[in-house]
Structure formats: C-alpha cells, structure tokens
Ligand binder design. Structure first.
Ligand code: SF4
Length: 248
C-alpha cells in the first residue's frame, strides 16, 4: 500500500520514513506552485523505474533512487550511481561524498541543510533536483557496466522531460556519457570539467564536474589534490547555479 503511494522506498525503515516525509513536503509545495500534474507524472515514472528489470543491476537493488525533490527545478545534479551505503540508508549521497556535495551546494547557496545526522534533510531554496545516471546500485566498489549505463539512459531522459532544468551538472564520466549520448570512453571529466556545453536537446546546458566521491578519494590520498578538486567542484557548481538562476 505504502509502496504504491510512494514507490521506490527501499527496505530501511528510517530511510523510507525520511523519503515519505520529504516527498510529502515537496508534493505540497509542488501543488502550491501549480505543478501537481508534473508531481503525478514523476510518481508514475518512479513506479515504472521501480518495476524495471532491464539490466542485471536490479538483482542487487531493492530501491530505485530517483530524487526526492521538487519536480520543477532550475538545476539538476546527476551523479553516476547509488553506492551500497546509499541503499543501506535509502538515501542518495548518504556518506562522505554526500557531505562534500551538500556542503558545496550550501556554500553556493543552492540548498540549506537542516539536519546532518542521522537523517540528512535538505531544503532546496530554489529547486535543485538530485539524481543519478544509473538508478540501481552495483555491488560494493563496482562501477556499472557500459551496457547497464545504456539500459538505464531512458529513465534520466524522462526525468529531465518532467523537471525541465535549465542547467544539468554531470558529475563524473558516467553522468556525462549518459547526458551527452557519447561513448563512455570518450568522456574525460579531468579535461572537460568547468566548461559549460549545450545539451543534445539544444535547450539545456550541461556543466561537467568532478564526482564528489572522487573528491573524497583524492582527499584520502593526502597532499593538496583533495583540496584542489574540492575548490574546482565549488567553482563549477557556483557557475552552474548562477546560470540556472539567470538563464531565460
Ligand atoms: Fe532498470 Fe536502470 Fe535498474 Fe538497470 S539500473 S534495472 S536499467 S532501473
């Protein structure tokens, strides 16, 4: 019954409760803003994603991660895929990478984090929709296979059609490949980050940048690489947020 009303809840009770609360708050706000139809479209889409068995990742995953934010957002953030700990807590970007992402978005002024632990409750100031290119989590420490990335591509396209963001941040090569339709092997975030490009639909801009998981990884290695990557992520998100607020 609950799963029918709020699809994709997962098996963690605290995470499911947080999702229900956040979706209810956002649904009410969407309704106030006149986006009830879009909210219903997103709910129907989530039901279809939850039932998807188009690739082998489904066998490892009891929850799809579609984003629990307002259905109309100026800025969309697209990570690669949910990690195992996201599955465990039924929340995207739950761990250290999420901390880096939300701290940076808060510095930019795009979100306000109300509670960090144990539940990260994020209030969007002006609409930021956070999701991933691949909706199901691969086994711990693994990356999605190129066939799995391709199989999942259609879902993100449909989400974009509902959210209609002005700017999409592609965090990492998988997100960039999914958003541009280019082969994964041709995507190099290290070379392409920081320069906004026009999306294939010619209506949206894409800002390629580091995956926050990479920033964490660089910081753990020591030296100045972690701080440099963090500053670059901040620089890129700031530019993306500014453009999302100004375009059109
Ligand atoms: Fe379907 Fe995507 Fe999950 Fe594969 S990863 S089963 S394509 S929702």
């Amino acid at each position: 019954m609950l799963e029918d009303l709020y699809p994709g809840l997962g098996s963690n009770p605290a995470g499911a409760a947080r999702k229900i609360f956040q979706r209810w708050v956002n649904y009410e706000k969407d309704k106030q803003m006149g986006f009830t139809e879009e909210a219903d479209q997103m709910k129907r889409l989530t039901r279809r994603m939850t039932a998807c068995t188009a690739c082998a990742l489904r066998s490892n995953c009891d929850s799809v991660f579609y984003g629990d934010q307002h259905v109309r957002s100026n800025l969309m953030i697209v990570g690669s895929h949910p990690e195992s700990e996201d599955m465990e807590h039924s929340q995207l970007f739950y761990g250290a990478a999420g901390r880096v992402l939300f701290e940076t978005l808060e510095l930019v002024g795009a979100v306000k984090v109300l509670v960090w632990d144990p539940l990260t409750y994020v209030l969007q100031e002006d609409g930021v929709f956070i999701t991933t290119a691949v909706k199901c989590s691969p086994a711990s420490g693994k990356h999605p296979h190129v066939n799995e990335i391709k199989a999942c591509q259609r879902w993100l396209g449909q989400q974009i059609g509902i959210v209609k963001p002005r700017v999409i941040v592609a965090m990492g090569n998988t997100a960039l490949a999914t958003l541009t339709g280019r082969p994964l092997t041709t995507c190099r975030i290290s070379r392409e980050r920081g320069a906004m490009i026009v999306a294939p639909d010619k209506k949206t801009f894409i800002m390629p940048t580091w995956d926050p998981g990479y920033v964490v990884h660089r910081s753990e290695k020591g030296g100045s690489g972690g701080e440099m990557a963090r500053n670059e992520l901040l620089f890129d998100l700031k530019a993306a947020w500014r453009a999302a607020c100004q375009v059109g």
